[in-house]
Design a protein around this ligand. Structure first.
Ligand code: ATP
Ligand code: MG
Length: 334
């Protein structure tokens, strides 16, 4: 029997050693990802959210080993990816793809759309020329493009269509897993919905597993089964999507959620929680709970001890020193 879990990430760390700030000083370390753990079941989507610079893209890249993790474990289909030799990793990568925010810059402007989508098949030398062409037509159909658009160049497409080309290219080698890094953030709202619907349809048809990265909880809400909230390189809350929206426990998640417009007009309008100050520098993170400088509930011990991500309620993980009962009570005066 195959394992239900396709991707298991344990204590993932990506620390970047930066250039010397002083001639003889130590090289500063930037803690882009610092102990992230999560897993994704087959055919499911984990949404990874957080403000700019919190380590979302770095986490996605590290999972695919497109940046080398400093520590931790990444198991894909039970295989320890970080232990693989380059050659084996290359073969594994067929099963793991990534799509980015800006479809324009990730497409070669001098190549036709058909050529772009055929590229992975050419590189891996898969099938005959006519079989590859047939596969490209099939992929165009799958993502809602017309076969006669194969001869067009990226600038002849709209933003949404360009993202469709990127998705077709990512699907060419029939992957199991796709990191979707802000795939709709550069698109108009109406087009965002079309691309999100397409990703959902493809997931159902092809049993794809997604790590879906976004700074926008409203977007993640549509597509995710589970959601992990990141702050300064750490996951601070992780649970089922419904639970996160119904009963967010971490003060940071609550602040993020208060900025999401509610579509339910019968609901009492919640007050927008404005976090104090800016995100601290990831080179010099606050001691203790990294969030304490912006948390309106921080107590003395929050400034000293770093909270661990613990299962406060069944399936609901939170990194905060407060007890669940206190966190629930806080809602009264948020
Ligand atoms: N190659 C690198 N060298 C040094 N620092 C890096 C490198 N890549 C990323 N960083 C830093 O790591 C931190 C996390 O960056 P990352 O791109 O993962 O954030 P993000 O959550 O994806 O942000 P955004 O929402 O803006 O895309 C940032 O402080 C960034 O400047
Ligand atoms: Mg990013």
């Amino acid at each position: 029997m195959t394992d239900r879990i396709l991707l298991r990430v344990e204590d993932l760390r990506v620390h970047f050693k930066l250039k010397h700030s002083h001639l003889f000083g130590p090289r500063p370390t930037l803690y882009a990802v610092d102990g992230a753990s999560f897993e994704i079941s087959r055919g499911r989507t984990l949404g990874l959210v957080g403000e700019s610079g919190c380590g979302k893209t770095t986490s996605g890249l590290a999972v695919l080993r497109l940046v080398e993790p400093t520590g931790g474990k990444v198991y894909f289909d039970g295989i320890d990816l970080l232990a693989l030799e380059a050659e084996v990793l290359r073969t594994m990568r067929r099963r793991m793809q990534i799509i980015f925010q800006d479809p324009y810059s990730s497409l070669n402007s001098r190549q036709t759309a058909g050529g772009i989508v055929r590229d992975p098949l050419d590189i891996q030398n898969i099938g005959s020329r006519s079989e590859r062409e047939a596969r490209v037509s099939e992929l165009f159909h799958l993502v809602g493009l017309m076969p006669n658009q194969k001869a067009l160049f990226p600038h002849q497409f709209s933003g949404g269509q360009r993202q469709r080309i990127c998705i077709a290219r990512a699907l060419a080698l029939n992957p199991d897993f796709i990191v979707c890094d802000e795939p709709v953030s550069a698109l108009d709202v109406a087009i965002q919905a079309q691309i999100l619907n397409l990703l959902c349809k493809l997931q159902d048809e092809l049993n794809l597993t997604y790590l879906f990265i976004s700074h926008d909880l409203a977007v993640v809400q549509h597509i995710s089964d589970e959601i992990a909230v990141m702050y300064l390189g750490n996951i601070v809350e992780k649970t089922d999507r419904r639970q996160l929206f119904k009963n967010p426990l971490h003060p940071y998640t609550r602040a993020l959620l208060s900025a999401v417009p509610s579509r339910d007009s019968s609901k009492k309008k919640s007050t927008r929680i404005r976090l104090k100050g800016d995100i601290p520098n990831p080179i010099n993170r606050p001691k203790g709970c990294h969030f304490h400088t912006r948390c309106m509930h921080a107590k003395a011990h929050c400034k000293i001890k770093e909270p661990k991500l613990v299962e406060k309620l069944p399936g609901h993980w939170v990194a905060c020193h407060f007890e669940t009962s206190d966190l629930n009570h806080m809602e009264d005066y948020l």
